[in-house]
Write a protein that binds this ligand. Structure first.
Ligand code: CP
Length: 367
């Protein structure tokens, strides 16, 4: 069994926006939490993602031609960083990648000053990954620019939750984009593993019940404190992985975040025996469930290679959905910031799409 030497309760409320006193209005187009988005916003983002994915690449490049997007990554990333960069470039934007190594961050420059510098250089939108929960709100306030949260500490990873949603909708709802509070009614999603340190778990647990899904959080108490059920409505806790599997149409496996385990010592063999997604377990309890993982995966720990590469696995497909979702988020951020229309005049396909309007939220709930 896992044992804990130092208590870590970073789960709810962990709502940095409620703690920070905003001095200026938040820029439209920022997405720092899934709670920034209404169902109407989510539908627009999903529809825009589909439109942009299908669009002629040369027309698509006109949308944000020569606009400037900065990617500010203080923490390592493969999927989020690459897909945001591909997404911005596919829309014609110029991108600059700033990482904590090889930039003035190494010399002690603050996040605020780095943000002000990027704005002075012409950046119109910043995509931020940061070790600290709430850092995107500080950057947004310091710059007045739309900020897209590429994962902040243990807080949120909203673009991951949106691409996870798009993946589920592709398999369960024929690629539906116009979502309502009933779209995922009757669907149970189990999120399994290191919930305590997972921004992906929080964003999904906040997002999926909005569409009517039931979310089960599953893991040992050291990685899943009881308080996690209060992240939001529609969430329950199940310690028995086999029972969670048997109840689920979708199983989302999480990595144990070794880099955030300070003070926590896990018996990995015990963890594997109770929570590893392996072929016999999937066959016995969830032979038809969709198997998801945000990545990076640790083969042989939270799941076996047989499962990761097996017919139920959507792991690579999730990554592909990331580019479409992030194109929509970048287009929306720059359009909402007062730039060129998200509908090029020359694109008949684009002009016919209601979703391309990237209109501001009618009922946006700000975190
Ligand atoms: N899912 C995810 O955020 O992966 P990266 O850390 O590689 O970006």
């Amino acid at each position: 069994m896992p044992t804990r030497k130092a208590a870590a309760t970073t789960l709810p409320p962990s709502r940095p926006a409620e703690i920070l006193a905003f001095k200026t209005p938040r820029p439209p187009g920022s997405v720092i939490s899934v709670l920034d988005l209404s169902l109407e916003n989510i539908s627009d983002i999903l529809a825009l993602a589909t439109l942009l994915e299908k669009e002629d690449p040369l027309l698509r490049m006109q949308r944000l031609l020569k606009r400037k997007v900065a990617l500010l990554f203080y923490e390592s990333s493969t999927r989020t960083r690459t897909s945001f960069e591909f997404a911005a470039k596919a829309l014609g934007a110029d991108t600059a990648l700033i990482s904590s190594q090889s930039s003035s961050i190494e010399k002690g420059e603050s996040l605020k000053d780095t943000g002000i510098t990027l704005k002075a250089l012409g950046a119109e939108c910043i995509i931020l990954r940061h070790l600290s929960s709430g850092a995107p709100y500080l950057l947004e306030q310091a710059t007045g620019l739309p900020v897209l949260n590429g994962g902040d500490g243990t807080h949120e990873h909203p673009s991951q939750a949106l691409l996870d949603l798009r993946t589920m909708l592709a398999h369960l709802r024929g690629g539906e984009t116009a979502v309502t509070e009933k779209t995922l009614e009757g669907v149970t999603i189990s999120i399994v593993g290191d919930i305590l340190h997972s921004r992906v778990a929080r964003s999904n647990a906040l997002l999926l019940p909005l569409l009517g899904a039931r979310v089960i959080l599953c893991g040992p108490s050291a990685l899943l404190p009881e308080v996690a059920s209060t992240i939001g409505p529609g969430i329950t806790i199940e310690r028995d992985f086999d029972k969670a599997l048997a109840a689920s149409q979708v199983v989302m496996i999480l990595r144990i975040q070794a880099e955030r385990l300070a003070g926590l010592h896990l018996d990995l063999e015990d963890y594997k025996s109770r929570y590893q997604a392996n072929a016999p377990r999937m066959a016995a309890y969830a032979p038809k469930a969709l198997l998801m993982h945000p990545g990076p995966i640790i083969r042989g720990l939270e799941l076996t290679s047989e499962v990761a590469d097996g017919p139920q696995s959507l792991i690579a497909e999730q990554v592909s959905h990331g580019v479409a979702i992030r194109m929509a988020l970048v287009a929306r951020a720059l359009h909402a910031a007062g730039g060129v229309s998200a509908k090029p005049e020359s694109s008949a396909k684009a002009t016919s799409a209601k979703s391309a309007s990237a209109k501001p939220a009618k009922k946006a709930r700000r975190a």
